[in-house]
Design a protein around this ligand. Structure first.
Ligand code: AQP
Length: 342
């Protein structure tokens, strides 16, 4: 009798991403990142973290940082990241991040770090606190990524520069010591790739900005969300027509992107839906769709925040799993650079 030989299933590709708890999660953090992560658990081996080490490059109130880190975990889960299928952890709980970050500082060039858009932006906004961490955070970010040897790094368009620098640093290191790091690809979702401020469609919606800057938070009250959408800047053209034209009608394009991401409708379907309607009718409909989309996430996050013991078990397990993977890479790196084994 011939024996049936079953091929072992191919190992899942690994994916990693994180968000700084530097403010409460926005609709941008959700549509540009977390929403897309949740759809990948069956296909990929996913690691997601709360990047608290990165958050302190800008001065944080300690109590707020602690609260936001936990809330972010609750929101990850409420957005569909099942802790049984994804490794969810707090960055500072996995000491290998800081250790590899330092090593990669020594393989990152001053000129490369000086060119990073985020450094330029953040130093302009925090002129009284242009600290060394703000300058070298891309090496830490390279370490965050390379520790896990991921195949893909899902990021928003705005973060592409960081993944590109990670490639440069990894190639430099591999060029000296052999193939230590896998070179991961940035993975940028098409819809919802970049959500802009509702009051300035040329600026990214950011979580560390204040309310007046046209940001919508995942945990905002429905009334607040509606207010933000009703006062959203549209375009000063005389057309008053819902049509996708990112260059000439960035405000409407942003609202269409948001509406498309929360309803699954194409831009064409949206244009057809609003034929003959002005912006005044369009904006509240987008607001309502966002409110309804976020409602279950908000309710589940609030429920989870009351269950601190559960959240603690999730981040403890997550750190243990992440540390196991990270340590393998770090040990290899230590050996390659010439550190004496412990
Ligand atoms: N507006 C956005 N549109 C699309 N994607 C976004 N992301 C953030 N804002 C948007 C994506 O979320 C991930 C995590 O980013 P982060 O929070 O670690 O850093 P960030 O991009 O600097 O986010 P913020 O909100 O602008 O934070 P602050 O104000 O503290 O600097 C990334 O994948 C990012 O693309």
């Amino acid at each position: 009798m011939s024996e049936m030989i079953q091929a072992a299933p191919a190992p899942k590709k690994r994916m990693l991403s994180g968000i700084k708890p530097s403010g409460d999660l926005t609709l941008g953090s959700y549509l540009g990142a977390v929403k897309n992560w949740a759809e990948r658990a069956d296909q990929f081996d996913c690691f997601y973290f709360m990047a608290d080490l990165h958050a302190i490059t800008v001065r944080q109130n300690p109590a707020d940082l602690r609260r936001r880190t936990l809330e972010q975990l609750a929101q990850y889960i409420a957005c569909g990241l099942d802790p049984e299928k994804n490794t969810l952890f707090i960055q500072s709980h996995v000491h290998q991040h800081a250790e590899l970050g330092w090593i990669l500082d020594c393989y990152s060039m001053f000129g490369e770090l000086s060119r990073m858009t985020q450094f330029k932006d953040k130093s302009a906004k925090n002129a009284d606190n242009i600290n060394a961490g703000l300058f070298t955070y891309p090496s830490l970010m390279a370490g965050d990524i390379l520790l896990y040897q991921p195949d893909l790094v899902p990021v928003g368009e705005d973060q592409k520069q960081h993944v590109e620098l990670t490639h440069v640093i990894a190639r430099r290191f591999n060029g000296i010591y052999g193939d230590v790091f896998k070179i991961p690809e940035p993975f940028i979702p098409k819809v919802g790739a970049r959500v802009m401020s509702l009051t300035n469609p040329l600026a990214k919606m950011s979580k560390s900005e204040n309310e007046d800057t046209g940001r919508v938070l995942l945990m905002d009250d429905p009334a607040v969300i509606m207010k933000q959408f009703k006062r959203a800047i549209t375009d000063s053209d005389t057309e008053n027509c819902v049509r996708y034209d990112k260059e000439n009608k960035p405000g409407v394009a942003n609202l269409m992107t948001i509406y498309s991401a929360v309803t699954g409708k194409t831009f064409e379907e949206i244009e057809n839906e609003f034929i003959g309607c002005g912006y005044g009718k369009f904006k509240p409909v987008v607001g309502e769709a966002v409110v309804e989309h976020l409602r279950p996430i908000r309710e589940e996050s609030m429920r989870l925040m009351k269950d601190k013991a559960y959240l603690e078990s999730v981040y403890r397990d997550g750190a243990q799993k992440a540390s196991y993977v990270a340590e393998k890479t770090l040990r290899k790196v230590y050996k390659k650079v010439g550190f004496v084994a412990r």
